[in-house]
Ligand binder design. Structure first.
Ligand code: GLN
Length: 497
């Protein structure tokens, strides 16, 4: 029975559809695994034992009735605690939302339920998705299942750790500057930031609205594609939602053929700060793509070097506006409301107690950048840089189908190492941020272990907006070739928990 937790999502759905196993057995196996290991990993903020088993029973009843099951029916999933879930707590990793139970489901949550996916619970994250290590959670850090003393990435460290610890075969993350891809890279799992606007943000608690994008996480490229198709698509409830067909990502993941594709290596993603073993595995992946029949060229995107400062003006600016809604009147925590204080005083006391240091830092930074007199110098300049970055991508994609780079400059660093050094922490997203600023699609998938520390390295693939299928075509081919070479999937090398 424990082997059930090792199944891919595709295998699990197939076994349930054929009646080889029940959805209840699958859900129970994962709940047992969570009970056994999550005290150590801390991937989950909330586990919904009863809700998960009830959803699984409904899938079994549906099958018994002879109804056709969808491609992910009965497959368990770990949901980042930034999507609203009706009747289930949603905290965004923050004290300020402690105890808040949303009255509605996010569109993404609703789509998962409509697809008969079994939601196991909500996963840990940096507070309001601000961070790269999950250490900014108000509920304690998550450990990396490869080495519990190291970071699982962030902000979606809980979702990635749940996959790597075999607590769930599927997970959902959000990527504002890298929070799906970077945790994927450091835990040896797959994560995709879909094209901005292709997965609804309705019910996704906003950090930086022009950058935030929900997306799929799994242990294989095909499972990620199956989840991608379940959650993507037009939503009239999100004003930035793209009204166009979702690219055929599942079919692309099965192609496993990159012959004739043109692949660009981004010159700027190398050099100082990049770990030797990360670069070694990346260069081997590029060589592999060549062997598989792709044409590899070097491309230059000079504005990418300005992506980090532009992001750290735009994201905090939008955050300072979005987080103004946490005023102690509407949701969650309220401090000092004893009849002697004004509403303004209660709001101030609540924010003081409810927001952590990084969230306060960003609100102050963003408020400053948007203030009259500084707006043009900071926010306005950052928006101009954003345009330059988009132009670099356009120029690059005129000559190549996808771009590749390491996902992160280093492997998982020790918990605590960068916790007091925000600038060092921000560097973890050096390679991922340009795609958020431009709104295109990107994937991270495992490409081996760094020889110096035996920790996972991620390969990043970037595609133009609404060409998400190219990520899966390249990712599926690389994954298949690497698994052939190693004789197994990378996670099978993970030290047992
Ligand atoms: N690490 C980046 C930040 O702190 C990205 C976070 C994210 O993608 N949510 O803002």
């Amino acid at each position: 029975m424990t082997e059930l937790i090792k199944y891919t999502a595709a295998e699990t759905a197939g076994a349930i559809a054929k009646g080889e196993v029940t959805a209840v057995e699958v859900a129970q196996a994962h709940l047992d695994r969570i009970d056994a290991v999550d005290k150590k990993v801390n991937a989950f903020l909330h586990v919904d034992h009863e809700g998960a088993l009830a959803a699984a029973r409904a899938v079994d009843a549906k099958r018994a009735s002879g109804a056709e099951l969808g491609p992910l029916a009965g497959v368990p999933l770990a949901l980042k605690d930034v999507f609203t879930t009706r009747g289930m707590p949603t905290t965004c990793g923050s004290k300020i939302l402690e105890g808040w139970v949303p009255p509605y489901d996010a569109t993404l949550t609703k789509r998962l339920k409509d697809a008969d996916v079994v939601i196991l619970g909500k996963t840990n994250m940096d507070e309001f998705a601000m961070g790269s290590s999950t250490e900014n959670s108000a509920y304690g850090p998550t450990g990396n299942p490869w080495d519990l003393t190291r970071i699982p990435g962030g902000s979606g460290g809980g979702s990635a750790a749940a996959l790597a610890a075999f607590e769930a075969p599927l997970a959902i993350g959000t990527d504002t500057g890298g929070s799906i891809r970077q945790p994927g890279a450091v835990t040896g799992t797959v994560g995709v930031k879909p094209t901005y606007g292709s997965v609804s943000r309705y019910g996704l608690v906003a950090f930086s609205s022009s950058l935030d994008q929900g997306g799929p996480c799994a242990r294989t490229v095909l499972d990620t594609a199956l989840l991608h198709e379940a959650i993507a698509g037009y939503d009239p409830l999100d004003s930035t939602s793209i009204d166009a067909p979702v690219p055929a990502v599942v079919a692309a993941a099965k192609t496993r053929d990159v012959r004739g594709m043109r692949i660009g290596v981004v010159k700027e993603f190398a050099g100082e700060g990049y770990q030797a073993g990360v670069m070694q595995r990346f260069e081997e992946s590029v060589e592999l793509l060549r062997e598989l029949g792709a044409e590899v060229v070097e491309v230059s995107c000079p504005s990418f070097t300005l992506a980090m400062p532009a992001y750290y003006l735009i994201a905090p600016s939008e955050a300072s506006s979005n987080l103004a809604r946490f005023d102690a009147m509407r949701y969650g925590l309220r401090v000092g409301d004893d009849g002697t204080r004004s509403a303004e005083q209660v709001t101030a006391l609540t924010r003081e107690a409810g927001f952590g240091a990084e969230v306060k830092r960003r609100i102050i930074l963003g408020t400053y950048a948007l203030s009259s007199g500084y707006y043009d110098a900071y926010y306005g300049s950052a928006q101009k840089v954003r345009t330059l970055i988009s132009r670099d991508f356009d120029a690059a994609f005129a000559g190549v189908d996808v771009l590749v780079s390491p996902t992160t400059p280093t492997t998982a660093f020790p918990l605590g190492e960068r916790a007091d050094d925000p600038l060092a922490m921000y560097l973890a997203d050096l390679c991922t941020i340009p795609s958020n600023l431009a709104g295109n699609a990107a994937m991270s998938l495992p490409c081996g272990l760094a020889p110096e520390d035996n920790l996972p390295v991620g390969l990043q693939i970037i595609a133009p907006a609404m060409a998400d299928d190219r990520l899966y075509r390249v990712g599926g081919a690389v994954e298949a070739a690497l698994n052939d070479k190693w004789g197994h999937a990378l996670l099978e090398e993970a030290p047992a928990l």
